[in-house]
Design a protein around this ligand. Sequence first.
Ligand code: NAP
Length: 237
Amino acid sequence: MEKKVMLITGASGGLGSSIAEYFSTKDYNLVLHHNTNSPLLEADDQIMHYQADLTNESEVENLIEAILIRFGRLDIVVNNAGISESNISWKTTLDSWEKTISTNLTAPFLVCKHSIPTMRSQQFGRIINISSVVGQAGFIGTSAYTASKAGLIGLTKTLSKELSTSGITANNLALGYFNRGMIRDVPDDMRKAIEEDIPLKRLGEPKAICNTIEYLINDGSDYITGQTINVNGGLYT
Ligand SMILES: NC(=O)c1ccc[n+]([C@@H]2O[C@H](COP(=O)([O-])OP(=O)(O)OC[C@H]3O[C@@H](n4cnc5c(N)ncnc54)[C@H](OP(=O)(O)O)[C@@H]3O)[C@@H](O)[C@H]2O)c1
């Protein structure tokens, strides 16, 4: 059996690095996408690095083509790359709005668009989109981010229906607050308030995300599609 090929976008970031590290110990060929920074794991026989701005369609096309040239297949896509720019709605610039929607919603759409033909020809695929509790519940000062992450949930539902007879599932993880990545931008007092609000009274560990991805990409999980799985310490139910 050929090893399955997993693309992790934003593998240079906080959560993406942790997801990459976890799956590097499993039996997958990994494609670690990055943009302005480098992945922590070195490239080797099993691990490919690829730099791309995923808001640019031709860069996404080139990424998928490079994966097929290198590994000949693409089985799993984890759309993890994303940005967060905070501002109250009426002070959010159009530029900031468009950049956020384009990175968090258009880019995963483009990655799916260009991955799906290969997955359909394989009659197998797993798409995992990384959304957020903020897209479900809203949060002051995050209008563009909220809209992008809510949009991703809608996109995934339609993908799951379009792909239902192709052996491909599409699901979202709606993450709560984790102890890696974007949390670095949250001031200490707000971070404490967030922890206090979480029923489990602590930030999440990336392992919870990795375990959920591992569950969803399993062959036996082929009846789970179009779902939003909350990995949030009980924050939103
Ligand atoms: N951390 C949390 O608590 C949390 C909670 C809920 C949801 N999330 C979601 O989890 C995902 C990962 O977040 P994180 O916390 O790990 O953030 P992070 O550390 O800031 O990492 C973001 C990643 O996205 C990549 N990226 C940004 N703009 C890009 C572009 N135009 N094209 C391609 N790649 C781009 C970055 O690449 P470079 O660094 O190479 O430029 C980086 O690898 C995001 O979708 C985020 O919304 C995180």
